[in-house]
Design a protein around this ligand. Structure first.
Ligand code: NAP
Length: 288
């Protein structure tokens, strides 16, 4: 039992991808404040230091989000160990820099398996638990690229836009059960993302070099220079989860702020410029 918080106030978290980056920073932050954690990673040995520091409140579990068996086993272990799951954080993910025409069918499916279907599977497995509890919070790690399309990142943006739409609709489906949903939209943060978690497509097309090669080079050069601090992101996520009125979306980083503001202006500019065409398509006897 932890000593920093009493048992009632302490939350039980399940976080995917606790080996590095945001997942690791959030895992450390929630444990430090006295919460309980089902710490998950594809290679649980990566969690050794975390478990040694917090042996009574952290439970390590192997979890590859592409495996339904791993997901069910992880959720069962969380319930058997802690009796509930208060916060699910779908954090695991990776990047793929390629123009859409460069990616193969196999790459498309493998990429979505982790970045989108993994999160879907976890939500579908945890939702019955949260519904029975009458409360819970699902935190989905989207990206600024979940709202803004970047050339050379069409598949990555597609996976995060999919997560955004699903999460926004889900929030309306589960609100009456006391379940909250929050999307996290970071800009560039100093994690392993631009390094080991970022791949290029196996086949490249010369015509797309100005988009995909340039984009990959930009990400690699920025590795280690990103403005965002994952430890500060972890505190911001905790603040959102502990708020009585958590946001649907939490953008993180000054780069995220300006990119999303520009996107909103762009949407409004198009909507305003085409307003007459937009409203001209109703039946004339429509009451709307
Ligand atoms: P990271 O340090 O590379 O962490 C990625 C994590 O995802 C690792 O723990 C990795 O585990 C895990 N992972 C990958 N595939 C997995 C799978 N199939 N099953 C379980 N875990 C898997 O990068 P990060 O920046 O913290 O990335 C975390 C999330 O933040 C991702 O969803 C990413 O899209 C998002 N994000 C990052 C940034 C950024 O600038 N860093 C910005 C916006 C959004 P292994 O150790 O086993 O590979």
């Amino acid at each position: 039992m932890n000593s920093n918080k009493n048992c009632v106030a302490a939350k039980v978290w399940l976080i995917t991808g606790c080996s590095s980056g945001f997942g690791r920073a959030l895992a450390e932050a929630v444990l430090k404040q006295g919460d309980y954690l089902l710490a998950t990673a594809r290679e649980p040995e990566q969690l050794q230091a975390l478990i040694e520091t917090y042996p009574e409140t952290a439970k390590p579990v192997r979890l590859d989000v592409t495996s339904s068996q791993d997901i069910q086993a992880a959720v069962d272990t969380a319930i058997a160990t802690f009796g509930r799951i208060d916060v699910l954080v779908n954090n695991a993910g990776h990047g793929l820099i390629a123009a859409l025409e460069e990616v193969s069918d196999v790459e498309i499916h493998q990429f979505f398996e982790t970045n989108f279907f993994g999160a879907l599977r976890l939500m579908c497995t945890v939702l019955p638990v949260m519904r029975q509890q009458g409360n819970g919070h699902i935190v989905n790690m989207s990206s600024t690229a979940g709202l803004v399309g970047f050339g050379g990142s069409s598949l990555y943006c597609g996976s995060k836009f999919a997560l955004e739409g699903t999460s926004e609709a889900l929030a309306k489906e589960v609100e009456s059960f006391g379940i909250k949903v929050t999307l996290i939209e970071p800009g560039a943060f100093r994690t392993d993302f631009n390094g080991r978690s970022l791949a290029a497509a196996e086949q490249s097309i010369d015509a797309y070099a100005p988009v995909s090669c340039a984009s990959l080079q930009w990400f690699k050069e920025m590795d280690g220079q990103q403005p965002g601090d994952p430890a500060k992101a972890a505190q911001a996520i905790i603040q959102a989860v502990e708020s009585p009125h958590p946001p649907m979306r939490l953008a993180l980083g000054s780069d995220a702020m300006s990119l999303i503001q520009k996107k909103l202006e762009w949407v409004k500019t198009d909507l305003d410029a085409w307003q007459q065409v937009t409203v001209s398509t109703d039946y004339t006897d429509s009451n709307n």
